[in-house]
Write a protein that binds this ligand. Structure first.
Ligand SMILES: Cc1ncc(COP(=O)(O)O)c(C=O)c1O
Length: 440
């Protein structure tokens, strides 16, 4: 395979990428298997981030590939508006079976962003269907990422993602971020400090009145802004307060679902059951786009009032429950079960924790956080050039050390596929240490 020419690189506007620089220094991946990518020269490159937190079963796993191939040849598409196909029902049942409590109905979307939009719309519609149509405000959190759709930019808490689009956002309030370096630096797992930050929800409720608030949406562990595990007691408190005020609690589990935290969902790990869980990414191990919202039975049932010919929820996507995605989801969830990958993730967590925290004291390292098979290492920024330090580290890791890493600002995040061996963890942390020492 020959390298892509400058002309061939031009048409594609890459998302969340500085395109001009990329096209000068393209980082092209042409193959993948298990824990590794390949480039066009045949170089093996370790995947330390499960793609974009999605390839939890590793790459190109045979049972998933087979399911997709067979489905493409037998049912390329079938509408799920007014009709249905078996795999979508099977996938919904498998996903619901992993969710806690009465969360047993699945509305399919195609991404995490659409999943967040779907969950927020269902929450607002549910209140309206029960005669509480004034409940439209959504409460999100600073440093939250819920994708780039309506909910993502409104309830999300990343200034750069919001600021150009503020006029398009819906009314949302934001809880403070749960991270505080002075109190939490180098915490392992859930920080002890910060549970009280959930009390800020009471202030928001006092300001706006519960009768205007539909839902609180939070990532149980904020992933994209640098692995912020929930402080001890925080999620429990959010659950108590939302329940007291008739507000729905949505967990965005797009990253934390499907084994990342050693359980089907983070809700199970933390023992807190929300009213809606959103998912994407790991549901198909990243192979075919799929996302969705798992809703509590009482929410679903509120919409099932008839009459027989009338649509119950005016929402959906052409590709909601697409046959290829549904087949991939079924095969992926079966693979997680057959190989015990959620348990494997839990078993590997202590080794992973020790390995990432061994970077403490390495030049340029300012903080390290971890939970499950997710960890973040905050780097000392280059003065006057926020983001440059991690960007340069990412390029050196790729070109010189044969490792793909994920960065967010000046933070490096590791979230390996759940099939990782201890040697892969040693390789990603060891090579990062070498690069940081050389960069200091
Ligand atoms: C918690 C969370 N929600 C939503 C999304 C958006 O997902 P997508 O990029 O599939 O739209 C992401 C993506 O990283 C995410 O981490």
């Amino acid at each position: 395979m020959t390298a892509l020419s400058t002309n061939q690189l031009e048409a594609f506007w890459l998302p969340f990428t500085p395109n001009t620089e990329f096209k000068r220094n393209p980082r092209i991946i042409t193959g993948a298997e298990g824990m590794y990518y390949r480039d066009q020269a045949g170089r093996k490159i370790l995947d330390s981030s499960a793609g974009l937190w999605c390839s939890n079963a590793g790459h190109c796993r045979a049972p998933i590939v087979k399911a997709i191939q067979e489905t493409a040849a037998t049912l390329d598409f079938a509408p799920n508006f007014q009709f249905g196909h078996p795999k979508a029902f099977e996938a919904a049942a498998k996903i619901a079976a992993l969710a806690p409590g009465n969360l047993n109905h699945v509305f399919f979307a195609n991404s995490g962003s659409e999943a967040a939009d779907t969950a927020v719309k269902i929450a607002v519609a549910w209140h309206r269907a029960r005669g509480e149509g004034t409940r439209t405000r959504i409460v999100g959190r600073e440093r939250a990422y819920h994708g780039v759709g309506m909910a993502g930019i409104s309830a999300g808490g990343i200034g750069t993602n919001r600021r150009w689009f503020d006029a398009l956002t819906f009314p949302a309030s934001h809880l403070p971020a749960t991270y505080n370096r002075a109190e939490q630096a180098f915490s392992k797992g859930q920080p002890v400090w910060g549970g009280h930050l959930a009390d800020e929800l009471e202030k928001i409720i006092t300001l706006h009145d519960a009768s205007t608030i539909a839902a609180v949406i939070v990532e149980p562990m904020a992933g994209s802004t640098g692995v912020l595990p929930p402080p001890k007691g925080y999620l429990e408190k959010l659950r108590t307060i939302t329940e007291q005020h008739g507000i729905l609690l949505i967990f965005d589990e797009v990253i934390t679902g499907f084994g990342r935290l050693g359980a089907g969902f983070a809700a199970e790990r933390f023992g807190v059951t929300p009213d809606i869980i959103t998912f994407a990414k790991g549901v198909t191990s990243g192979t075919v786009p799929m996302g969705g919202a798992i809703v509590d039975r009482r929410i679903y049932e509120q919409f099932m009032t008839g009459p027989d010919h009338a649509i119950d929820m005016f929402h959906g996507y052409t590709y909601s429950g697409h046959p290829l995605a549904a087949a991939a989801a079924c095969a992926t969830i079966d693979l997680y079960r057959d190989e015990g990958l959620f348990e494997r993730s839990a078993a590997l967590e202590p080794y992973f924790e020790q390995a990432v925290h061994s970077l403490r004291g390495t030049p340029l390292v300012q903080d390290i956080r971890n939970i499950g098979l997710a960890a973040a290492i905050d780097l000392e920024p280059v003065t006057g050039a926020p983001g440059k330090r991690a960007f340069d580290v990412m390029k050196t890791m790729f070109f010189d050390k044969d490792v793909v890493i994920r960065i967010a600002g000046d933070c490096v995040a590791f979230s390996p596929p759940l099939i990782a061996e201890q040697s892969h963890i040693d390789e990603m942390t060891g090579k990062l240490a070498e690069v940081l020492k050389a960069a200091a």
